[in-house]
Design a protein around this ligand. Structure first.
Ligand code: PGA
Length: 251
């Protein structure tokens, strides 16, 4: 059994005070939920604050990005050791907003994924097609390349999570239907199986894109959807806990 994961990507939201309040609500309201992983990804400036709140609980900490070097003259960047030092056990890599606004490439995603693994951070690697690519019928082609390039040269899949996030569904209020998401997630697992064999069965593949407490119930019933990477709806404690509860109930 691969279990489930619900990760909240706060993006560029929340001051330290807001981060403290939100993370405390999530810790307090998930005490009795079992069988999965609950992850919060605040901005860098709130990592330590959130870690102080969650340490000793089942909630874990993720960063939203990292650089693939250990140290040096890379103004504005943050290293894996710095993230571990602030209590992170996960790091989101290759989010579509990083790819779109900060020109991250599949090659960069691969370097970061390798570096996260060798540093003892679990990468949550994001892939997904744009609306234009979906309409052209090249979703599998695009996502296939993203997955293969991200995993290029990586020996094992045991410490990786993949998040399928169709770009057209992120922050738009228009989530993929369970069937649309499942088709791509099954395809992703198939690619991973071709490379890593039966280890693919233990890989967690999350869906992301306008997930809410109202739509997660039918998404999580799909065989290859093992949880969610949640943006907007992770900023409200009640809604985020609602998502976690529905996932935990159905998995
Ligand atoms: P959203 O974002 O839930 O606001 O669509 C998801 C994500 O970008 O991870």
């Amino acid at each position: 059994m691969r279990g489930w994961m619900v990760a909240g990507n706060w993006k560029m939201h929340n001051t330290q005070d807001e981060a403290r309040t939100l993370s405390k609500y999530i810790v307090d309201n998930t005490v009795n939920i079992q069988g999965g992983e609950i992850v919060l990804a605040p901005p860098f400036t709130s990592l330590s604050v959130v870690y102080d709140v969650i340490k000793g609980s089942q909630v874990k900490l993720a960063a939203q990005n990292m650089y693939y070097e250990d140290k040096g003259a890379y103004t504005g960047e943050v290293s894996p050791a710095m993230l571990k030092d602030t209590g992170c056990s996960y790091v989101i890599i290759g989010h579509s907003e990083r790819r779109k606004y900060f020109h991250e490439t599949d090659e960069g995603v691969n370097l970061k994924t390798k570096k996260a693994l060798s540093s003892g951070l679990m990468p949550i690697v994001c892939v997904g097609e744009t609306l234009e690519e979906r309409e052209k019928g090249i979703t599998e082609y695009v996502v296939g390349i993203q997955v293969k390039k991200a995993l290029n040269g990586i020996d094992g899949i045991a410490d990786i999570v993949i998040a399928y996030e169709p770009v057209w569904a992120i922050g738009t209020g228009k989530n993929a239907t369970p069937e649309e998401a499942e088709a791509v997630q099954k395809f992703i697992r198939g690619i991973v199986r071709d490379i890593y064999g039966s280890a693919a069965d233990n890989l967690k593949i999350l869906y992301g894109g306008s997930v809410t407490a109202d739509n997660i119930g039918s998404l999580i019933e799909m065989e290859d959807i093992d949880g969610a990477l949640v943006g907007g709806a992770s900023l409200k404690g009640e809604g985020f806990v609602g998502i976690i509860k529905r996932v935990a109930e159905k998995r």
